[in-house]
Design a protein around this ligand. Structure first.
Ligand code: SAH
Ligand code: SF4
Ligand code: F3S
Length: 470
């Protein structure tokens, strides 16, 4: 099915920025600066979107708060990937009637993946009168217009039309960190894994132009960002549908020509499209982190087929083996779903066996959650939840043992890490990441924040390393 790649015109974005100025001007007579709160659920893509929402809000003159009782505008950026994520959002949105009672002019907006589903919009319309504005991911670029409409009409505004989505360039951004930055290289997904809601709520896969990515990337390096993470649901299919002949490895090579003191991470790599060329590129480019997040989902070929994943366990293991041979010291992380409809205990144990074989450095594990509208939600799912939980606990116990062993091997080594964050724990005031992405709780001078430093690893546990900045 051909899909036409659409872009929102730059004039349309400029028009949104004009609206930001209009809102800004309306605050001039106000004594106190208005405040906004942006609450984010879900993946890095949503974190990146929230930085755009904050960018617009900052242009409108808003300051930021984490306290809902203080906020004049609250934006809840939601996720739909599992039922648990949706329940948390709805619970927290329900709670906002307390702040709204104290502050009747408060505007409450709900955006993101969850509200790109018709049944959710209906639910909010009916049962969450506290919500004033609802807009889906495809409308994010026109948030200022929608907010102004909500402010002036004093009516509830709903904007979550069916759409394949479009690429929008030139939106303002307010980044959370000055050390690490997200950089979306593509949006949407075409893979339709049978359990997954993302293609339905995020629209068709569309790549940003390499020139636009390069410009943003250069800006980040010049601004002193040290870690730039390229984002896409399947970065390995970057470039499809563009006029330029370019694939993901070509894009990485292009970005690595930018001089500076930084490194690049990327996620997510779909195993069906992860090529030897990509792995050769990781080996050849010192600026690329020696780490691959390569979600396998399960250890059984029958289930992989049911999931519509388009690779076999043999192909997956071949990739891992090639990467280990080609990129010494490479680390791997993965996602796993336990309890896909029809999974048997012996299939779940095939997944556990795969995990034991690969020895992932980190694993994100989930119990299958039926998503309305996806094929898997209609499949026969006879295994009771408690049984799935048992398999899940078994998997987690195995992975925890592996993580603990792998982490112990770091103790005594001195590794070059990026000191990337501060913590409230006085014993370990700083956090750092190894080249392979392992978290290190550090002692040391806060002046090291944002710098590459040698860290001597002194201790470890299942979840992290501990060390001293030298
Ligand atoms: N595009 C990425 C994943 C995005 S969603 C990829 O293909 O790898 C992140 C993870 O959530 C998935 O890898 C999967 O493990 C999990 N997930 C997605 N839908 C789910 C569902 N319905 N139930 C449980 N886990 C799910
Ligand atoms: Fe979902 Fe599959 Fe697309 Fe990932 S590749 S977002 S799991 S449909
Ligand atoms: Fe959730 Fe949407 Fe990301 S469904 S995982 S926030 S793309």
């Amino acid at each position: 099915m051909a899909y036409e790649r659409k872009e929102i015109s730059i004039e349309s974005i400029r028009r949104q920025e004009d609206i930001c100025r209009e809102i800004y001007d309306s605050f001039v007579s106000q004594k106190n600066r208005p405040l906004a709160m942006v609450d984010t659920y879900g993946c890095q893509q949503n974190e990146a979107d929230s930085e755009k929402l904050r960018g617009y809000l900052a242009e409108m003159g808003y300051g930021f708060t984490q306290d809902e009782f203080e906020a004049d505008v609250i934006v809840v950026n939601t996720c739909a990937v599992r039922e648990h994520a949706e329940m948390r959002v709805l619970g927290n949105v329900g709670q906002l009637n307390h702040s709204k009672k104290q502050h009747p002019d408060q505007i409450i907006a709900v955006c993101g993946c969850m509200v790109q589903q018709e049944h959710m919009v209906e639910k909010i319309k009916k049962s969450y009168p506290v919500v004033d504005l609802v807009f889906g991911p495809h409308e994010l670029w026109r948030f200022p217009e929608l907010l102004l409409k909500t402010m002036t009409s004093h009516k509830r505004v709903f904007a979550a039309e069916k759409s394949d989505g479009a690429v929008a360039e030139g939106m303002p951004l307010k980044r959370d960190s000055s050390v690490k930055a997200w950089l979306s290289i593509m949006y949407g997904c075409n893979n339709f894994c049978t359990y997954c809601i993302v293609p339905y709520v995020r629209g068709r896969e569309k790549s940003r132009k390499p020139g636009d990515i390069l410009t943003e990337f250069r800006g980040l390096v010049e601004a002193g960002y040290k870690e730039i993470t390229l984002l896409g649901q399947n970065v390995n299919s970057y470039g499809k549908g563009l006029e330029e002949q370019i694939d993901f490895s070509d894009l990485l090579n292009l970005l690595c020509t930018v001089p500076g003191d930084y490194h690049i991470r990327f996620m997510t790599s779909h195993p069906k499209d992860a090529s030897h060329k990509l792995i050769d590129t990781i080996a050849a480019q010192p600026k690329l982190c020696k780490h691959l997040h390569l979600p396998v989902q399960c250890g059984s070929d029958r289930l992989l087929q049911q999931m519509n994943r388009h690779y076999t366990i043999e192909q997956y293991l071949e990739l891992i083996e090639y990467a280990r041979k080609t990129v010494p010291g490479i680390t791997f992380s993965s996602d796993i779903i336990i309890g896909f409809p029809g999974e048997t205990e012996s299939e779940a144990m095939e997944t556990v066996a795969l995990v034991e074989k690969v020895r992932f450095d980190a694993l994100f594990t989930f119990i299958f959650s039926p998503r309305p509208g996806t094929p898997a939600a209609k499949m026969d799912d006879p295994v009771p939840r408690e049984e799935k939980q048992r398999w899940f606990d078994r998997l987690c116990a195995v992975q925890n043992g592996i993580s603990e062993e792998l982490h112990r091997q770091y103790v005594g080594q001195t590794l070059r890490c990026l000191v990337d964050g501060e913590s409230d724990d006085a014993r370990w005031p700083l956090t750092a990441r190894t080249a392979g992405g392992r978290l290190v709780h550090c002692t040391g001078d806060r002046a090291a924040l944002g710098e590459y430093r040698d860290v001597k690893i002194t201790d470890s546990n299942t979840w992290a390393l501990f060390g001293t900045i030298e």
